[in-house]
Every structure is written in structure tokens, then in C-alpha cells.
Design a binder for this molecule. Structure first.
Ligand code: ADP
Length: 251
């Protein structure tokens, strides 16, 4: 199996001096689904933004992030955007067009598809996220959960090899969560999912990294890490309900 993502000693400081990432190293195999968990402010979103070159400092030499073997650098950022689809935490950061159609069509149009192909891919993507026929609606008049699905449709429409999802269930009701989980399970793409929804992480991700204060404090099988109550509590997390009777190493 080859590596879809490789992050080597990634460090990042925001302009106000806040050191958000303090030497992060991990890799993700093709087809793997990696969970990223940690308390608020641990650096989860900052890592995800680096995975498709969205923070300008990512583009320095030597690169710290490799996507399908390609370094994320100023010369490769367009190809990286095509390979890595990023679903933002706040749908309002992603939606900026007057209609759902325009929003979902934005990515595919950039990649040179014909208008007929764009129409077909928008229709298919809206169908996959459970919003068929929403093309003419205004994204700004949708519910939070619907907005999140429109964003996901926009990401899927670009057919990325790697899907990076930041808190994908935060605006969804229980049925929306179930549907999203089922949808994500059907996607063959490599996935990185940052979430406080530990049941989601447990169900989707075979492996998880735990971040705290800009460093990785654990990297291993999701079930084992999440079942370790003292460890979870020490890092501002909780053992999920479904594991309450399970001990970290088996039984
Ligand atoms: P998480 O996603 O785990 O909640 P973030 O990656 O959002 O963590 O934040 C990591 C750290 O960087 C936090 O201390 C946060 O306050 C800080 N931070 C995040 N975004 C910015 C920004 N735009 N400017 C300055 N500091 C930021």
C-alpha cells in the first residue's frame, strides 16, 4: 500500500505568535480513514488546513507535507487542491454563490469540464448527499445541516483522492449524522476526519491520532485509544458511551 499523505515535522505559528503545531509527524495510507481528535485549540484544524496547502507558510522549502508523494509547495498547490478535498468546519466559510448549483459547480468548472458534464456532476453529487433538486435554492437560506451537505457535495463533485473533513457532523441532527456516516463509508477515498463526535470516529476510522497543545500524544488503533479512560480524560476527552465497559487492551 502506498502513502496518500505524509507529514514530517510540521511546525506552524500564527501571525500573533501563537505556536499551533510543534513538530507533527504522521502518514496516512491510501484508502485508510484516520481520525484526528483532541481538545479545543489542540491544532486539529490547523493540521487539516496544511493538508491542502491553505496556509501560505505551508509553501516554504523544504515542504513538510506530501500528498500522494507530491510535496505541497507553491508550484504544486493547484494540483494538491484537486487531490485533497477539504470540508471546512463552518459551512459559511465554504459557500459563497447565490445558488446551490453555482456553489457545487465551482470546483468542477475550474477543472475544465464542459457545462453538460458540470450539470451532470452537480446533480449526481447533490443526490449522493441527499439533496436532489436543491440546485436553484439559495445556500444562505438553508438549515445548518443542509449547508454542510451542500459543502460536501461541492467537495465530492471534484472527485478528490483524499477527503479531509473538519467536524463534519457538528450541524447535523441524529438522522443527518447517520446518513453522513453511511455515505462516508461508501466512499473509497482516503479520509482524514477531525471530530469531537467520538462515536463517529470510532465507527469510521480504524486509526486515530490524538493531539494536545500542538503535538501528537497518541497514534494507534481507534478502539484502543478511545477505551483508555485515564488517557482520554488527561487530554480533555471522554471515553465514548459505546466503549464504557471496554478496557483499553481487549476484554
Ligand atoms: P482545534 O481545531 O484543535 O480546536 P486550531 O487548529 O483551531 O485547534 O487552533 C490551534 C491553536 O491555534 C489554538 O490555540 C488557536 O487559538 C490558535 N489559532 C487558530 N486559528 C488562529 C488564527 N487564525 N490566528 C491566531 N491563532 C489561531
Amino acid at each position: 500500500m502506498s502513502r496518500a499523505l505524509e507529514v514530517k515535522d510540521l511546525r506552524y505559528r500564527y501571525h500573533d505568535g501563537k505556536e499551533a503545531l510543534r513538530g507533527i509527524t504522521f502518514s496516512v495510507q491510501e484508502g485508510e480513514c484516520l481520525g484526528v481528535i483532541g481538545p479545543n485549540g489542540a491544532g486539529k484544524s490547523t493540521i487539516l488546513l496544511h493538508l491542502n496547502g491553505l496556509l501560505p507558510e505551508t509553501l516554504i522549502d523544504p515542504p513538510s507535507v506530501y500528498v500522494m508523494g507530491e510535496p505541497v509547495s507553491s508550484g504544486t498547490v493547484l494540483s494538491i487542491h484537486r487531490k485533497v478535498g477539504l470540508l471546512f468546519q463552518d459551512p459559511d466559510d465554504q459557500l459563497f454563490c447565490p445558488t446551490v448549483f453555482e456553489d457545487v459547480a465551482f470546483g468542477p468548472r475550474q477543472y475544465g469540464l464542459s457545462e453538460d458534464e458540470v450539470r451532470a456532476v452537480v446533480e449526481e453529487s447533490l443526490h449522493r448527499v441527499g439533496l436532489p433538486g436543491f440546485e436553484r435554492r439559495s445556500p444562505h437560506h438553508l438549515s445548518g445541516g443542509e449547508k454542510q451537505r451542500v459543502c460536501l457535495a461541492g467537495v465530492l463533485a471534484c472527485r478528490p483522492e483524499i477527503l479531509v473533513l473538519d467536524e463534519p457532523t457538528s450541524d447535523l441532527d441524529p438522522r443527518g449524522k447517520r446518513e453522513l456516516k453511511a455515505l462516508l463509508k461508501t466512499l473509497a477515498a482516503t479520509k482524514v476526519v477531525a471530530s469531537h463526535d467520538l462515536e463517529l470516529v470510532l465507527e469510521l476510522c480504524s486509526r486515530t491520532i490524538v493531539l494536545d497543545e500542538g503535538v501528537i500524544v497518541a497514534d494507534g488503533p481507534t478502539g484502543e485509544i478511545l477505551a483508555d479512560e485515564p488517557f482520554m480524560l488527561a487530554h480533555g476527552l471522554e471515553k465514548p458511551h459505546s466503549l464504557l465497559h471496554r478496557h483499553p487492551h481487549g476484554s
